[in-house]
Design a protein around this ligand. Structure first.
Ligand code: SAM
Ligand code: SF4
Length: 330
């Protein structure tokens, strides 16, 4: 396939695509979903073939890295077929973000199907708190899943923790020890104002990356990592440990100037920015008559002109983006 480059109006090269493969999930995390969610009807959701077509055309336009996400990607039926297909495109990096609930059975098949890396969400090591945050999740299942992932031999495993004051901020030292013991990386994420939630006030619960770093520094030295992830996370190393600690700080650190990514929702909406509503409907093109890869690529290339310069999240707890993270593809 010819390799072109996707570039936006601000000279940023887009070579990373996050594809949401479902809006559904077996958990109902308080920061991500309402307790009572209505999910999309099947005909509005891209088929696995349509998702693969989108992926293939992005690769033809220079995409080197694809992440599958959701909702919970492992609840999508036949997800391994899609992983196998995308795994055959020769990507530099192919990753998935998962809540870990299915990994005891899925880790090895995923690895064999060509997945390189996993991000596994883990907000608490206390079974009750974990259940309170996820509303339906069982901690033991996820911990077993993390072990299964380690045994499967992925190139990298990273834990993702959304830190909320009063819910799990006290567990930061334990989570760090856990990551060190399991020899996996860990990222702490500031909660983003996506979708309206009722369980806590996001403004009050916000625990900034600076605060999290201060807590960790009481236990470990944090040395800025030299390698650049090219993404929003800033990484640190702890002397004597292989574990890297990342901080994703949409509030306190604006990472937009180096943004290299776009997202495609499971409805086929190409989102140009996590923190803005700018989007282009790829499903219309995928279901047009005739459907051509040329038309799809032209639509993707033209969409780059809509990529906004930056996002503006405020910390006053207001909802700024109406779509929930499960619709966005986190
Ligand atoms: N279900 C998978 C999981 O939980 O890992 C993948 C999808 S989930 C939407 C992706 C990531 O987004 C998770 O690490 C989750 O913690 C994070 N997330 C969800 N809602 C968020 C929010 N409002 N602010 C910050 N991170 C959020
Ligand atoms: Fe599901 Fe992931 Fe959202 Fe939690 S963060 S409700 S696991 S999609």
């Amino acid at each position: 396939m010819p390799h072109a480059k996707l570039t936006d109006r601000f000279g940023r090269t887009v070579n990373y695509v996050r594809l949401s493969v479902t809006d559904r999930c077996d958990f109902r995390c308080v920061y991500c979903m309402a307790e009572d969610m209505t999910f999309l009807p099947r005909q509005q959701v891209l088929t696995l073939e349509e998702i693969a077509r989108v992926a293939r055309n992005f690769v033809a336009l220079g995409t080197e890295k694809i992440r599958l996400t959701g909702g919970e990607p492992l609840v999508r039926k036949d997800i391994l077929e899609l992983v196998k297909e995308i795994g055959s495109y020769g990507l530099r990096d192919f990753a998935m973000t998962t809540n870990g609930s299915q990994l005891t059975t899925m880790a090895e098949p995923l690895r064999k199907a060509g997945m390189h890396r996993l991000n596994i969400s883990l907000d608490s090591l206390d079974a009750e708190k974990f259940h309170n945050i996820t509303r339906t999740g069982r901690l033991s299942q996820v911990l077993d899943g993390i072990d299964a992932a380690r045994e499967a031999g992925f190139r990298g495993i990273k834990l993702n923790t959304v830190v909320m004051k009063g819910r799990n901020d006290e567990e930061i030292p334990e989570l760090i020890e856990f990551a060190r013991k399991k020899q996996v990386d860990i990222s702490f994420i500031e909660e983003m104002p996506l979708g309206e939630i009722s369980e806590h006030d996001r403004g009050l619960a916000l625990c900034t990356s600076e605060e999290v770093r201060d807590i960790i520094r009481q236990h470990h030295e944090l040395v800025p990592a030299t390698e650049d992830s090219g993404g929003p996370a800033r990484y640190y190393r702890m002397p004597g440990s292989r574990t890297r600690v990342g901080f994703i700080s949409p509030h306190s650190h604006n990472f937009c100037s180096t943004c290299n990514r776009v997202r495609v929702t499971v409805e086929g909406r190409l989102l140009l920015c996590l923190g803005n509503e700018h989007s282009v409907d790829l499903r219309r093109v995928l279901r047009g008559n005739p459907v051509t890869d040329d038309k799809l690529r032209e639509t993707i290339i033209n969409a780059m002109d809509l990529k906004p310069e930056k996002h503006h999240f405020s910390t006053n707890g207001d909802v700024q983006i109406l779509r929930f993270m499960n619709m966005t593809g986190g």
